[in-house]
Each structure stands twice: as C-alpha cells, then as structure tokens.
Design a protein around this ligand. Structure first.
Ligand code: HEC
Ligand code: HEC
Length: 250
C-alpha cells in the first residue's frame, strides 16, 4: 500500500488546488445537484421527514460539496492515517464495538455521517477534534470516503451471543430489510447504512441511541419502527446483523 508514499508536501500542494476547485464547486451548486441521482435528492429534500425542525438528510453546504467532489482513494488513505488510532488499520474498528468498522461502508453514508458530526447533528465529542473543519475539508472527506468504501470487509467482526437468531431473522426481514437489505447491504443512493460486517456491540449501541433519541441524525421512519422494541429484541437484531455475510455490495 506504500505507493501512497507521495510526499505530504505534494499532497498539501494539491490541497491548494482543491480549495480553488471547491470554490468553483460551491458556485456550481445548482448545477451539481443534477449530477446526484434523483432518488437521493428526493430522499434528501422530501416532505414529511422533518423531526424537531431538522430534515434528516438535507444535502446542503459541505455535504453537497463532498458528495459532488471526485474523491481520490490514494489521498484518502493518507488523510485516514490520523483516524487509525481509533478506527484501526484497514478501518476494521474494534470488536468490542467502541469504534465502528468503516471498511466497505457506502461512500454516501460515510460522507453523511462525517458532515453530520461536524455540523453537530450527530454528537461525537471523542472524534470531533480529529475530524473538525480546521483539520479536514470537504475534499478530504470525499477522498477518505472513497478510500474506505473500497476496503475489503473481513468476516472477523464482533458477533453476539447467538441467543435468538431465528426470532431476530423474522423481525429483521419484516421490519428492517426494506431499507438495510436482505443481506444487510444497505442502499448507497438512499444513504441507508450497510450493517453486515459491523461489530455487534456497535450495532446495538447505535440502535439504542436511535430508539432513545440520542443519535440526533437518525431517520424518523426508522425511529418509529424501533421505538416499541425492547432491549432484548435490539440485542438479538444486532447479533443477527453482525452475522450476515459481508461480501462485496456492488
Ligand atoms: C478519538 C477516536 C476517533 C478518531 C481519531 C476518529 N474517530 Fe470516527 N468515530 C469514533 C467513535 C467513538 C465513533 C462512533 C460514535 C458513536 O457511537 O456514535 C466514530 C464514528 C465514525 C463514523 C460513523 C460510522 C457509522 O457507522 O455511522 C465515521 C464515518 C467516522 N467515525 C470517520 C472517521 C474519520 C474519517 C476519522 C479521521 C478523520 C475519524 N473517524 C477519527 C472515534 C474516532
Ligand atoms: C425506512 C428505512 C429504515 C428502516 C425500516 C430501518 N432503518 Fe435502520 N437506518 C436507516 C437509516 C437512514 C439509518 C442512518 C441514519 C443516519 O443517517 O444517521 C439507519 C441506521 C441504522 C443503524 C446504525 C448503522 C450505523 O452504521 O451507524 C442500525 C444498527 C440500524 N439502522 C438498524 C436497523 C434495524 C435493526 C431496523 C429494523 C428493526 C432498521 N434499522 C430499520 C433506515 C432504516
């Protein structure tokens, strides 16, 4: 992977160029929205998806810039170095779920989550100092997202205790698969996260945060579905999802 040994100075020089490119992009925002698939636009700006005055996925500002930017995986690998202390090499995360696996996640999802954290819509005080606006810009986000989305997802993620997998499968197919996919592959166009290959404890932690309202950027339609579910049901669902086969999604 050390073809990445392009010098940091060279990368910094390239950043100067990208600042100019980004300024041009901002001016082109109206045009650029045509480039993003219509379905994503519809999801992003659709009516009836507001919660507490926040449209769950308004694609404006730097989120739109990062989505429209041409990401470069080689630059992304270099920018990701600072993230590896927590997310680990190869973005495998930690089996205990303290840090999520980012490898193989959809580019759109990664961009949404990073820009939501930066805008305060998803609170993450641990990570913010490393991913804040004075550290990286929309072009870096685009680069990192492409790099991460192309990484392989080995099957050695953290699994649950295997208590009620049959019950969880039924529930998952009935209530979750429409959005997250039968195989947990998610949907890149609609910003639905891939959940296969993810650590069980992280999945559980996020579902509880989404149900109980502490994940501010959650999707209101999903919140409705998980609200009535008990901890034991969420536990079994996280376990089931962590065992879905994590092969290529595209
Ligand atoms: C100090 C530790 C730390 C560092 C450094 C860090 N992160 Fe994170 N990151 C976290 C934690 C913890 C979470 C999960 C927060 C939660 O539970 O919601 C997270 C979540 C994320 C998510 C959301 C994943 C998902 O499934 O929704 C993305 C994307 C992400 N980080 C990208 C990055 C990038 C890119 C960098 C480097 C620029 C970075 N992180 C640096 C701790 C860190
Ligand atoms: C209507 C579509 C929809 C349905 C149905 C749905 N979800 Fe989600 N889910 C989403 C979206 C969108 C997100 C990401 C929200 C955001 O951007 O922060 C998400 C996030 C998640 C996450 C966090 C993933 C991560 O990487 O951080 C988990 C875990 C999850 N959903 C599990 C479930 C389970 C289990 C069910 C069924 C009980 C379910 N979802 C039903 C749309 C849905």
């Amino acid at each position: 992977m050390r073809s990445v040994q392009r010098s940091r100075r060279e990368i910094r020089g390239m950043r100067g160029w990208h600042v100019a490119a980004l300024a041009a992009l901002t001016a082109l925002t109206a045009v650029v929205s045509l480039a993003w698939p219509a379905a994503a636009q519809a999801q992003a700006t659709g009516s009836g998806e507001e919660e507490g005055g926040y449209v769950w996925n308004a694609t404006q500002g730097e989120k739109l810039q990062a989505l429209a930017a041409q990401g470069d995986a080689t630059r992304g690998e270099i920018s990701f170095e600072v993230c590896q202390g927590c997310h680990r090499r190869g973005a495998l995360g930690r089996v205990d779920g303290t840090y999520p696996r980012l490898a193989g996640q959809h580019r759109s999802v990664l961009i949404k989550q990073m820009t939501d954290v930066r805008a305060g819509r998803r609170r993450n005080d641990t990570m913010l100092p490393f991913a804040d606006k004075h550290v990286i810009g929309p072009q870096d986000i685009a680069d990192i997202a492409v790099y991460l989305s192309q990484l392989p997802v080995p099957a050695n993620n953290g699994k649950g205790p295997g208590g009620d997998l049959a019950g969880a499968e039924q529930l998952y197919r009935f209530q979750c698969a429409d959005c997250h996919g039968e195989r947990g592959e998610g949907d890149a166009v609609r910003f639905y996260p891939r959940v296969n290959g993810q650590h069980y404890r992280y999945l559980l932690h996020e579902m509880i945060a989404i149900r109980d309202g502490s994940r501010g950027n959650a999707y209101p339609k999903m919140v409705e579905i998980v609200k009535p579910l008990a901890n034991a049901q969420l536990d079994a669902l996280a376990d089931y999802m962590s065992r879905l086969p994590s092969g290529p999604t595209r």
